[in-house]
Design a binder for this molecule. Structure first.
Ligand SMILES: Nc1ncnc2c1ncn2[C@@H]1O[C@H](COP(=O)(O)OP(=O)(O)OP(=O)(O)O)[C@@H](O)[C@H]1O
Ligand SMILES: [Mg+2]
Length: 264
């Protein structure tokens, strides 16, 4: 079994699409036959449960870290994609201890049960030690000057902490005052590993509580998520055999939803 590769999805600024990127990356990798654990490590305002139809989960990451539950009690299998999810829990005024986070994370990483461990985070640089044990951070930015500037400042923090990082642009559109991918890449001095479009499928997927990659497998958004799959699968020795590219299952779900709509 390969070593788990851990990716921390982050941004300095809120609302840029971290959770959307974390979920769709996890789902896409899983539908390409990788074993994926998705952790909602946004301990300020967790939302993965809502986006994936697991909003009623009452055991979550903070319980695991605090030793009040073990992973097997907290993990929920997302049936459609096969992703194992540890949902977030919000315990006001009770942020977990760093030492607990470190020992939990090291344990799960060294168990090698997963090809990828993807963590969604709250905006900002919470739990720096947590970041330093991630193999890589993804910095998500939208195409506004303030977002790109904030992403560049965030990159400096990762640089100082010696955490490798990559950029993902999100909500790319030709809106008049947006900056272009080219302009953003010129400013940051690096190519983004994906430029995900602003796409109505994402809002629809939020309303349906079904990840966009599953709900709209042929959408422009999902095709660009495939750029991320290609990037990360090459880090993991290629796409495992037996993969159907994730398209078959996605199509099936799309058809079922269409049928349901025509029935009501
Ligand atoms: N590519 C996209 N196209 C259209 N809508 C999008 C796209 N990406 C995200 N959104 C929408 O933007 C909103 C914010 O996305 P999301 O919750 O993923 O951001 P976030 O960075 O995780 O926010 P927070 O900082 O609050 O955790 C959501 O309503 C989501 O559906
Ligand atoms: Mg979020």
């Amino acid at each position: 079994m390969r070593n788990s590769y851990s990716i921390r999805v982050s941004s300095q600024k809120g609302g840029v699409g971290k959770t959307t990127v974390a979920i769709n990356l996890a789902v896409a990798l899983s539908l390409h036959n990788f074993k994926v654990l998705l952790i909602d490590a946004d301990m300020i305002s967790p939302s993965i449960g809502f986006f994936m139809g697991m909003e009623n989960a009452n055991v979550g990451i903070q319980d695991v870290i605090a030793g009040k539950a073990d992973s097997s009690q907290a993990v929920i299998r997302h049936n459609v994609s096969g992703v194992d999810v540890i949902p977030g829990t919000q315990r006001l005024g009770e942020l977990p201890k760093i030492t607990n986070i470190l020992s939990y994370f090291s344990k799960i990483k060294s168990s090698n049960a997963y090809d990828f461990i993807i963590t969604d985070t709250a905006p900002g640089y919470w739990f720096p030690e947590f970041a330093s044990i991630s193999d890589e951070a993804v910095i998500v930015s939208t195409m506004t000057m303030s977002s790109v500037a904030s992403a560049m400042r965030f990159a400096e923090i990762y640089g100082r902490a010696r955490v490798p990082f990559n950029y993902v642009f999100n909500m790319v559109s030709d809106a008049r005052y947006n900056i272009t991918v080219q302009e953003a890449e010129d400013s940051i001095g690096k190519r983004a590993i994906a430029a995900l479009p602003e796409d109505p499928i994402v809002k629809k997927s939020e309303a349906y509580h079904i990840p966009a990659y599953v709900l709209g497998p042929n959408s422009e958004f999902s095709r660009k998520v495939d750029d991320l799959v290609r990037f990360y699968s090459s880090r993991s020795g290629g796409i495992p055999r037996g993969s159907d590219d994730g398209k078959g299952l996605g199509k099936l779900i799309g058809n079922m939803l269409n049928r349901k709509r025509t029935m009501v």
